[in-house]
Write a new protein. Structure first.
Length: 130
């Protein structure tokens, strides 16, 4: 059994992205977006994503629509939809997200967005083969 007190785990991680668990069909990832930071505009083909916000304030920009996000909010991003999440507050924007199927390498830790981008570009951040 994998058990997490997810809000506590997420709040204690200063890493931009940390994969907590990877299964055959889904993946649990925590993220910390620094003030004035963002995930970066992206589209996941063949991957649905559900994001739950733990602390901080931000904006969800999904499919051309923008909404404020606060602790306790959940945003669903279906496969193929352009999206970005931006920290609009003075504190880190902390969230956990579930990808289905997995999007990142099992156990991946990216301390910063630049580290995550570099890992993706080099091919180091590939999800496990289905």
């Amino acid at each position: 059994m994998q058990h997490f007190t997810i809000a506590t785990v997420a709040d204690q991680s200063a890493d931009f992205r940390r994969v907590l668990w990877t299964g055959g069909n889904t993946q649990l990832v925590i993220m910390t977006i620094p003030p004035d930071g963002e995930i970066g505009e992206e589209v996941h083909e063949g991957i649905d994503q559900i994001l739950t916000f733990v602390s901080g304030t931000g904006e969800a920009r999904v499919d051309g629509e923008t909404k404020a996000v606060n602790p306790g909010d959940l945003v669903v991003v279906p496969s193929g939809v352009r999206h970005n999440f931006v920290n609009t507050g003075p504190n880190p924007l902390v969230l956990y997200t579930v990808y289905g199927p997995p999007e990142h390498a099992d156990g991946a830790v990216h301390r910063t967005k630049a580290d995550g981008d570099a890992a993706e570009e080099s091919g180091e951040d590939e999800p496990p083969a289905a």
